[in-house]
Design a protein around this ligand. Sequence first.
Ligand SMILES: Cc1cc2nc3c(=O)[nH]c(=O)nc-3n(C[C@H](O)[C@H](O)[C@H](O)COP(=O)(O)O)c2cc1C
Length: 333
Amino acid sequence: MAVLTTRFTETFGIEHPVMQGGMQWVARAELVAAVANAGALGTLSALTQPSPEALYKEIERCRQLTDRPFAVNLTVLPTVKPVPYAEYRAAIIEAGVTIVETAGSNPQEHIADFRSHGVKVIHKCTSVRHALKAQQLGADAVSIDGFECAGHPGEDDIPGLVLIPAAARRLSVPLVASGGFADGYGLVAALALGADAISMGTRFMCTEESPIHHRIKERLVEGDERGTDLILRTLRNTVRVARNTVSGDVRSREVEGASFDELAPLVSGLRGRMVYETGDPDHGVWSAGMVQGLIDDVPSCRSLVTRLVEQADTVIRERLAGVCMRTPAFAYE
Ligand SMILES: Cc1cc2nc3c(=O)[nH]c(=O)nc-3n(C[C@H](O)[C@H](O)[C@H](O)COP(=O)(O)O)c2cc1C
């Protein structure tokens, strides 16, 4: 098995420079443990659990499925119903989790509290300025989501090809590149651009252990890179979702100037959750990335991670080394 060692693998004690980002309704114990057992960093979604107590139990359940380290994602975004973030944070600390992925609004109080309890923090954001701020607040690493990503790409619309090196040039902590990754080619590209690891959402969502209906996985396999919509742009809370009848409806209503209250029933999280449970892709809006254009199968997490790392190793040793060797030979011909 190939071994790729980076500042990410060394800082977090993970075998491969590969992470699974937190995913609402998807990143539950069975997926996260499978990712961890494959030697990558799995991340439980804290807010998928209905209460801090339920999260504590889910962390325990994950521990029964793996003895490897895993992370918990805490996403801080505007919500209709207030979320007891401090209590979720306390449950994570009490459960003895050693790595957290924070995402969303200003992570200051979360980073301070986690770090004072010896928990390492990877802060996920979508701009260089927020990455620098997180580093200044004490984040141990930054994950940067390019415009390609599923979920919240931010409002700047900077794709990874520019965002990753722009962040790498300015940061000193390890950098995780996120958004649009699915294979070893992407991993090598991210490393070449200055990142220390990749994080994947949509790709891990489409694995055997991902706890969602198989019809949604099939939909991702059938989909191509054009199969997403950006919704809620008019509210400056943009979300990249799988293109379906509901996302089309939301977009048309946004053009007509609909308010949040008018859009809320269409974009409700509960409807999105039902998509994963029933396998009906048109039941609500659900996050998915452009990277579905690079997804052709539903492998186990182990075979996905192994294939990805082997592929990266081959690209580096054969394709890139070959490119380096041909240049002088060509020059002296
Ligand atoms: C179904 C789904 C749900 C997601 N939910 C969250 C979430 O709750 N919090 C978060 O920080 N990111 C969330 N994300 C974003 C991922 O963690 C990751 O940043 C993103 O998927 C990377 O882009 P990719 O899908 O192209 O790999 C979600 C992504 C997907 C596909």
